[in-house]
Ligand binder design. Sequence first.
Ligand code: SAM
Length: 244
Amino acid sequence: MKIDVLSLFPTMFDAIMSESMMWKARDRGLLDFQVHDIREHAEDKHRKVDDSPYGGGGGMILKPDVLVRAIESLKPETDTAVILLSPQGRLLTHDVAVELSRESKLVLICGRYEGVDERVRDLAVTDEISIGDYVLTGGELAALVLIDAVVRLLPGLLGAEGAQQRDSHADGLLEGPHYTRPPEFRGLGVPEALTSGHHAEVDRWRRRQALKRTWQRRPDLLARAGLSAADRAFLDDLEREARG
Ligand code: SAM
């Protein structure tokens, strides 16, 4: 996968993209990542990238000529996903991350200040993505969140077999609790099922814990999760117990 980012603060990407999994993805050739400075596409002598809004009001708007030139310099194909990070975009969810992980190339545009001139959207943007219903000062952190969520799904990156499939949201549920050594810590032990050595029992325990945790914390997710008859029976038991 190739990811090109357009930003006014390109060094913000250095630390995250050169550590841990993001670095591994680049090192293994799974990810070709480049960040480009929008300012390099400003043509006046002050290298101006923003201007005040028509109609007044506070804040500055990223100029359409500079931004569209920057996008066009990356020569996106007609089917390349050119994504503006924006609090007005569709929400980044697991399903959206999966969808984007199937693309061969992403162009990510990081807004700043009051945002970008609307004509950038009209002319050069194919998608807008938000990382949540709040406003950040710029699109860089949002782009990094999107990149991390997408890149960890690339086949061949994560070590543990099937680990992504068990993660929260992958199958519509939250993941259940984890334990590691020591077997006892400050009086708290480890559930017996996990130390039993029986794979089927471990799987059953994990499934039930995932169902229970989702039921407790995000019951809204259960309506869309793929549930078996056994899952439903277990959830019915939880409801009955809760009602006493
Ligand atoms: N005035 C804009 C509005 O109300 O929609 C917000 C501009 S925000 C201060 C500056 C930039 O941060 C945006 O152009 C966008 O790139 C980025 N941004 C802010 N919040 C975001 C979010 N929740 N998700 C993705 N990007 C966000």
